[in-house]
Every structure is written in C-alpha cells, then in structure tokens.
Design a protein around this ligand. Sequence first.
Ligand code: URA
Length: 430
Amino acid sequence: MLKSETDWEGWRRAARALVLTGVEPDAVTWSVGGEPAPLPDADGGFHVPRALVSLASQAIQARDADRFGLLYSLVWRANAGERLLENETDPDLSLVRRMALSVRADAHRMRTNMRFLAVPEDGGTHFLGWYEPRHFVLPANAQLITRRFSDLSLSIVTPDGAAHWDRSSLLFGSGLRHVEDDEALQAWWEAHRGSLLEQATPDVSVPEAESLDEVPRPPDRPALGPVVLHTKPDPALLRSAKDASTCRRCPLYESATQIVFGEGPPDASVMFVGEQPGDQEDTIGRPFVGPAGQIMDRAMEEAVIDRRTIYVTNAVKHFKFTPRGKRRIHQTPEVPEIQACNFWLDVERTHVRPRLLVLMGGSAARAVLGRSVTISRERGRPIRMQDGQAVFITVHPSFLLRVPDAAAKAREYQAFVRDLNAIRALMTAD
Ligand code: URA
C-alpha cells in the first residue's frame, strides 16, 4: 500500500523488502491511498542497475495503474541477474521506457508552458501557476521549479493537487479540478488560501528531481523582483495572445521558452514598447518582470505612473539569446525579426488604440517608425507619425543597468524619470 501516486520512497522500500524475501511479482498487489502494509524483514544484497532505478523514478510518475507492478517485475528480474537493460526488445522494458519518455515530455511541457499569475498578498506578491498534467509530475517538478525561484512565494495548482512554496518549505495539498480563467484561479486562491495552506503537508517521498533532467533544463535563474499586478485580460487580446503562442513568423520561437505577449488594460491610453523579453520574462511569460522591469517600475513610481493603467509590450515577442554555460545571454534582435513581429505589435495597437506610444530604445523605435533612431537625439518630446499616432521616444530601461559609472548612472536614471514625467503630463492632458 503506497501513500500516494508518487510514493517513490514507499515503492522502493517495498520493492527491496519483497525482492529480498523472495515474493514473486505475481503475488504482489499494489495500491495507493492508505497506510503502508507491514513489510517483511529483509537483509542482504540487492542488485539493481542505477539506470533502472532512474528509469523507475520517472516511470512511477506515469498515469498508469499497472506501473508499480510492472516496475517491480523489472526489478525482480534484474536482481535475479538478467541483463535487462541490454535487451532492446523486452516488451515490459519497452513499455516502461515509453512511460518514462511520456513523463519527461509532460514535465518539459509543465516547465515551459506554465504561466504565473501575480496576486497581491501580505504586502508582497504570490505567484499562482496552473497546469493540467498528463501524468503525476507535480511533486518532482514543484521541487525543481521552487529551487529555481527560491526567493518567490508561489503555488502550482493542478487537478491532482497543489504545491505551495513560501520561500522556505514546500507543501502539498488539494488542487482544483478545472480553471476557467485567471480570474477564477485568483478567486479560488483568495477564498481558500487559509485552509489550503493549513491542510498542506510536506512530501518526503518525491521521486528524484535530477532524474527528470534528460530534457534540457533551463539555466538557474536569479529570483524575481516585484512583478506587476495582473489586470483582467480582454477576451479579444487574449485570443490574439493565444494565436501568437504558435507564431512561426521568424525562427526565434525555436529556442525561446514561450511567447511573451503584452499586458495591461485593453483601453489603456498609453502603450509602452520595449525590445524583447529577457531571461526572466521568457520563463514567467510576462513582459518587464526582471531587472529592466524593476528599474522601470521604480522610475514609474517616482513619476507617479501607475503601471496597472498602462499597456506594456515588446517589439519582439520571443527571447533571443546565446547560451553560455548555464546562462542565456541577451542578443539584440535583427531588423527582419523586428519586422516579422510587427504583425503582433500591430494587432495590439489595433485592439488597444493608445493615444500615446512610448518607444523605449532603438528596437522599439525601429519597429514603430521603420527607421533607425538615435535615441539621444530624438528622445524626450512627443512626435506625431504620418497616421496621426503620437509617439514618445526614450531610453530602454536596461540601458540604465548597463551604465558603468555610478554618477552617470544616477544622471541617466533621473533623465528617464524626467521623460516619464513628461509622458504622465501627456497622459493626463485633455
Ligand atoms: N527588456 C525588454 O525590452 N522587455 C522586457 O520585457 C524585459 C526586458
């Protein structure tokens, strides 16, 4: 009797004791959901190749009722001296390999497709992720994800259960069968947060997280800073964002984790356009949540611009980077990539119809004006385009992060705040 669908430690303990006391696979019935039955005392050597243990730790997460017995029969045969892993045609081993493959694919989907909704909580932000897994991949992947975002408070909600991370402990509790939209997820969280956390418990029996890592693991990321409040999405914009998620207009989709569409109120009077998502935006699926977003948020606060009232997007919607060891180094998008992505910027502009477009940096200016722009020469004042659209050019916030000298950095930051003050004046002008 295993405690849960992913009771890896329980299964290992039982398999070892049963093999060592000679209990044949056909004599064992495996089930889930109760207190473990007493196991026979077992002494002695137990010989199973490491690769088989690793395969089992993945296959045990498969949503297949027969997996425990199947895995036990493989362990039984390996312990009896059969050179199982060398037999490419063994039907049971093939089945387990297919299970493990499907689990790894699901784990990969979970890590790359899950978007986090930022909800305000206790003066900070809690991130809520929703995923409907094909297999029982939550416990092992919650470990990986929380290790990567150790400084964030977050929950991952699935129909099988939910994982909660409060920056120090990982607890598992009940999940949510179906989520209509972000608003429903947030409402459920706000209504049940107290009891969900109270009932949640640690899981000491999670399958090894490392054993999932045959799929490429995104590099370790620094923790995120404060992230924008997520505003209620507009259905038409949401549909466009969904269409954009399968965009193949340029090759950048191939290495990016996901598309990062713009966000903000669909009737915002101002649209801020950056260059492209960075490393953290690519992981979370939201624009300007990493270091550039944090400095932009700080400057906006000083200029008394409420980020919840503006629409924020990028000229290019996929992260362009070169891998360097564990890190992903930002690369400036090329003109054809900017031109290809203009399709989506136009979609956003058509939906939102902002009175003012703020172009932050050269790529945004190139996307909207169709020419190269010397930012220092054209920044700081509104310009009217031929079609009547008002635009305002300023620096990209990541430029502020790159200024090496502290005094120059402070000057540039103040110049950015001045530009934002001018933008606020334009926002509030009749
Ligand atoms: N830089 C950008 O241009 N956009 C982002 O979303 C983040 C960093």
